[in-house]
Design a protein around this ligand. Sequence first.
Ligand SMILES: *Cc1c(COP(=O)(O)O)cnc(C)c1O
Length: 481
Amino acid sequence: MANDLTLPGAGEASGDGNPATALARLPAIDKLLARPALADLVQQWGQALVKHAAQDELAAQRGLLKAGQPFPASTALDAAVIARVQALRTPNLKPVINLSGTVIHTNLGRSLLADEAIEAVAQAMRSYAALEYDLAGGERGDRDTIVEGLLCELTGAEAATVVNNNAAAVVLGLAALAARKQVLISRGELIEIGGSFRMPDIMTTAGCKLVEVGTTNRTHAKDFEAALGPKSGLIVKAHWSNYAITGFTASVDDATLAAIAHRHGVPYMVDLGAGALIDLSRLGLPREPMPQESLAAGADVVTFSGDKLLGGPQAGILVGAKAAIARIKKHPLKRALRLSKLTLAALEATLRIYVSAHRVPERLPSLRLLTRSAAEVRAACERLLPALASFAGAPFTARVAPCASQIGSGSLPVERLASSAIVLAPVNAKEAGRALDALSRRLRSLPVPVIGRVHDGALWLDLRCLIDEAQLARQLEQAPC
Ligand SMILES: *Cc1c(COP(=O)(O)O)cnc(C)c1O
């Protein structure tokens, strides 16, 4: 890149020390943009973007000069504008490296998609697709049919429909099945999920009247029997997801609740949240309830997320009996909450991996990460320990230690996966808090930010979810001290 060193007095304090004189010597915007280094940028990224960056930089320089700072060298000014152009071009949705120890991390975008799903989305973006079009008849079709058959095959449901996320699935299910009616739910299941999903508020939003049944720790079948009346419209069970009730407890199982509901002529709906499509205990993971089990026990509708344990895109899935799903599909909210063709493409490809039942944990990144052995994670920690120790520098000790990964997103809150972490502990206990903040911030400032977890007076980097070891090593090596 050509440098333009024609500005007089560059790099020195303004000649007479008068800020007003210095201000007048700052180049006009058009002059600045015409300089070779910036003209190249204009060619590449367009006039508007570079002008925006240059104006911002000139404004910043005016502030600095008024504060008595020295006049900038023209190369420094160019470099500052180039840095601003780069910052303006950086996407807001940045890739990050998740070393937090939580695999299905809602704030970091939950599940990574399978290659097949990524391909399907790319294809759907490039081309027209038979999204709502019946190719056999040459007429308008229903977009649900793209995944409905697959969902029925996988869960044993008679029918299925899909919306934007599981919160939407629950609202839609409630509104379609029990608007202006009483909805019975155990007091122990009045859940709040992160991001303000609170069951009582969701019921109100859906136009339902919440009826709390039983007590926080114990709810019995007879409590439901006693609470049912002429205004009852639905019984709901919500998976605890992000907490556990232990000790003196009792809850009513799916089969009993379904039987009670049906005896009183109301449907029974289960909000599973994570909803694993396969038995995770077969993969050595803690068991998570499956939608097929609730359906087999008599549930009319089961809702679950597409991007939790299923390992697909953000979506809310409703599977169940033909009559109940038909009412749900007809509700006006269904149209408002419907899925885009991109999500449908990703969801279909993900479900096809389950239907094929072939090498499922290898093809689905979420399951691949969840089933990584502690020994494998430990070996990665040993390999990266020197690079992280040198990045953290003398104020920290670095070691590899066993840790426990979380599954995340409300799955099995008390279960942990044996894992391994690089632990960076401040040497100076007095300054520990500030040192940890600074180190965390440096890791988050890397080109691909690294997210760890401060715990027990140290920064823990659980490598279970590290996908590209070489990329992390390269970043650490190239980082300024
Ligand atoms: C996660 C969860 C939800 C919300 O699902 P989203 O996909 O985040 O919209 C609702 N209910 C339960 C039980 C959950 O675990």
